[in-house]
Design a protein around this ligand. Sequence first.
Ligand code: GAL
Length: 659
Amino acid sequence: MYPERPAGIAFGGDYSPEQWPREVQEEDMALMREAGVNLVSLGMFTWALMEPERGRYEFGWLDEVIDRLHAAGVSVDLATPTAAPPAWFVAEHPDALPVTRDGIRIGFGGRQSACSSSPAFRAATAALVRALAEHYRGHPAVVMWHVHNEYGAPLGECYCEHSVRAWQDWLRHTYLDLAALNEAWGTAFWGQRYTAWSQIDAPRFNHTAVNPAQRLDYARFSDGQHREHYILQRDIIKESHPDLPVTTNFAGTVNCKSTDLWQWARELDVVANDHYLRAEQPDNHIDLAMSADLARSVAGGKPWMLMEHSAGAVNWQPRNLAKRPGEMRRNSLAHVARGSDSVLFFQFRASRHGAEKFHSGMVPHAGTGSRQWREVLELGADLRRLDGVRGSGVAADVAIVWDWESYWALELDWRPSVDLTFRERVDAFYEALWREHVTVDFVHPSADISGYRVVVAPSAYLLTDASAKNLHRYVEAGGHLLVSYFSGIVDEHDAIHPGAYPGALRELLGLSIEEFHPLREHETVATTAAEGRIWSERIDLAGARAVQRFTAGPDAGHPAVTRHDLGAGAAWYLATAPVAGLRELLCEVLDRAGVPRPRDLPDTLELVRRGRHVFLINHGDEPVTVEGVTGTGALDGARHEGSVTVAAGGVSVILEDHP
Ligand code: GAL
């Protein structure tokens, strides 16, 4: 369910009128009109204003703001303010303050300062949200609801006494009897056998590694606690607003590790994502593209909302680089290209006070005489020309496997190498595909993947038997699967699949691994076609054939890349992290699988098809001519017969005659 209004692409952002005097708020209305702002998120951190003392609700100030916005033609995404519980609540319930894994109870003065498992916090949440939702029942300006803010960020797991109680209930409910838990967690190891549920503590800080199965379950449990807090609010809102979409903003699909967004997305009417560039990272627009593709994927391919990004610099990175001219436009349109039907910012007007006063806003401290404001006005005009994009889908031939549970498990303590990280591998594959102009979806390994020509599984460490069977069926039916090292190693309890590695995938890959040979930091090993780092291992072929062999290092002479033809498809395996050469290998797989893609384009040109529109975003310093495009420029109305030239740093969106 997508919000019915605004009708076109939503444009605007978080709005904090409570930080400003009346005359500034009035100026804001004029500026919003000028820029074409049509949606703002309101109320996010205003619990202390909505309920200045327990049970006394004050919505008058908010009524005035909402009425003013309504008169200005701006719709409201009304937020529940539970990410910022007020001082009176914390004073009454100091036990609701979260406790970190190493035992520190956080203080008041920041935000996200209540534990999702705290009964007092849940009760106070329910009372406030009920009053708020009832107060705005039927208000014409409110078009959607926005619960809380970025669950799981910054504290995914809480270790307070309420959490431990809820955890023990969760375990009882999940395992039913203690023998099953002892078996699943392998508590025979280090003599950890439990004889009562009450003995099971949270996996808090320890001077040695804590049982990984316990930690993995704690990650599942903690994520579920936040979801319960969300669902509590959603269900109350739905009682008085059954027809309005309810969402919560994800803390950056690719950046918030603690939330399993496949599970979250089922509970939302519309997926909303926040994304902030890692300012110093070269080509950080690739991370942006990945975040957007993941948002679309967890949304099941349906349009999603970019709920927050920044007009310029953020304030929380080590060095907060400003966006260069044109960069905010490229960023915004890349999100739209990849399925967002909104371009929203944190925040409308840069704050004067508080921890985020050096964070950019659509209206910067320098005011409307600034480049930033001019670019905001231009973007607003661009987005009005893209109304026709709204609602359309993005097609992908290639999918990358992304499973948060595997991500959690892979990065627990005491793995064969500290260089084994999920993001390192997934980023490498994503970047190579991005540079090949291939749009990808992300999939859970148990999902229906039959529609993709190629599926890539980067370090899919935790793989259940059911997911392994799913991949097997996919290949047999004609799919091309490319798996990278350290995949299919453990089951859902982080227990090694029996036999030689990779237990869950031996048969599918047609090989087994006798021994891992992780490399030293900065060490590389050569293969017949490339150079690898991080990893090497001893492969015994059992049906697969070697495509590349190691020519140096601990596995010299043995396979480094293999291919197993199975049924109508093929399962490829890569046993190292290529320094260069990943793209070539991917191209071989893409070509064999018949994945169409443009050739001869520079890898700084982002090309994405959304419905009948083709988005061409030039991240390079030279103009680029793209052949094979005939249609009309959606942003400038220009006709293009067979080719389009995109200016350096520019964006063209073409409505194709024959997509
Ligand atoms: C987001 C958060 C916003 C704001 C923003 C600053 O993570 O949801 O409230 O803090 O970061 O970049």
